[in-house]
Design a protein around this ligand. Structure first.
Ligand SMILES: Nc1ncnc2c1ncn2[C@@H]1O[C@H](COP(=O)(O)OP(=O)(O)O)[C@@H](O)[C@H]1O
Ligand SMILES: [Mg+2]
Length: 330
């Protein structure tokens, strides 16, 4: 297995709080690596450390090395723009640029000096095909990207990312805001693209990790608990925490103080009810919320975090229900 990205003794602090503890790991070339673990364990932080998007966070401190093709991206001489060009990012929600579909895809190549109209046309078509969007948009390339559905926007963001010819694609829960059909298209696309790019995705869905990953990293509280080839990882987890996590029993570690069953409730009532439940609790207490609505799985944790409470984990219980464990602000 060829290594593409080597992480050596990586520590990340937000102010005084250390959120990644001495992470060392080799990320394989042209495979899909999934970063899994409960909410708040440092998955996004790790991903952002790989393209230095972490630099944008106020008060952040990073130590250790991240070697991409053998070069340390934290070397004072490293060029951040070049690093980001190599590492395309797909975020949780698609953020197309406020311009046309065409201009979104042409944006990167234009910045990198491509002015030839014919060549740009060809690039735009190529990358829209590459992200399986071409057939849906070929007749309205000059209409606003904002008018596309969320699923189409995420594929557009993929096309925009690919158009700068990255070496790696980093996805932070790239399907979590999508409907199941759009999510499946993105998943299929990632599987097709892995022969050409190193792909790293953060996911809180174990099933998604099983479907996509060749290699898995399991983080918990900023520590890399276990990593390995996906099959081995899921079949024979070595660490007791991994075992509990992949069997959906991780939550046993928390003492649940209150439960809220929101099955059958629709957003936004979901998070209103969750907030009300948290209001009646004492600081540090743990609330378990059961939901059965896809939207609620992303919206409830967001609303909880927005209010300063902590989301400890989000886990699927079965085909329809999810469990969200949150803690009244500390
Ligand atoms: N900008 C920030 N400033 C301070 N703390 C942060 C910031 N972003 C994340 N954190 C904290 O760092 C920890 C790891 O966060 P994150 O990497 O987002 O985890 P995950 O993606 O696994 O949910 C959490 O405790 C979170 O509250
Ligand atoms: Mg995250």
């Amino acid at each position: 297995m060829k290594t593409h990205i080597e992480i050596e003794n990586l520590n990340v602090y937000y102010g005084e709080e250390q959120v990644l503890n001495n992470i060392s790991i080799d990320i394989p070339d042209k495979k899909i690596t999934a970063i899994i673990g409960p909410s708040g364990c440092g998955k996004t932080t790790l991903l952002k450390s790989i393209n230095r998007l972490i630099d944008e966070v106020d008060g952040v401190k990073v130590s250790g090395k991240v070697l991409v093709d053998g070069e340390d991206i934290y070397d004072p001489k490293a060029e951040v723009t070049q690093i980001r060009k190599k590492m395309g990012l797909l975020s949780q929600k698609p953020y197309p640029l406020p311009m046309s579909i065409y201009d979104n895809v042409a944006y990167g190549p234009r910045i990198h000096g491509q002015k030839d109209k014919k060549k740009l046309d060809a690039l735009v078509e190529h990358y829209l095909r590459e992200s399986s969007l071409w057939d849906e948009v070929k007749d309205k390339l000059h209409s606003s990207a904002a008018r596309l559905s969320v699923g189409q926007q995420q594929r557009l963001c993929l096309a925009r990312g690919l158009a700068v010819e990255p070496e790696a694609i980093l996805g932070d829960e790239p399907t979590s805001s999508l409907d199941p059909v759009s999510a499946e298209r993105i998943e299929r696309k990632l599987l097709e693209l892995k022969g050409k790019y190193t792909i790293i995705i953060v996911t809180h869905s174990l099933r998604q990790a099983k479907r996509l990953a060749d290699y898995v990293l399991f983080l918990y509280l900023g520590n890399l608990i276990e990593h390995g080839p996906a099959e081995e990882f899921f079949k024979n987890p070595k660490h007791v925490k991994t075992h509990a996590y992949i069997n959906g029993r991780f939550i046993d570690e928390h003492k649940i103080d209150k439960e809220l069953n929101l099955k059958g409730t629709e957003c936004p009532a979901n998070f209103v009810k969750t907030k009300i439940a948290l209001e009646g609790m004492e600081i540090g207490q743990v609330l378990k919320v059961i939901v059965d609505d896809k939207t609620a799985v992303s919206e409830v944790p967001k609303a909880v975090e927005y209010d300063g409470h902590k989301v400890l984990s989000v886990n699927p219980l079965n085909n329809t229900d999810w469990e969200i464990i949150c803690q009244k602000e500390l």
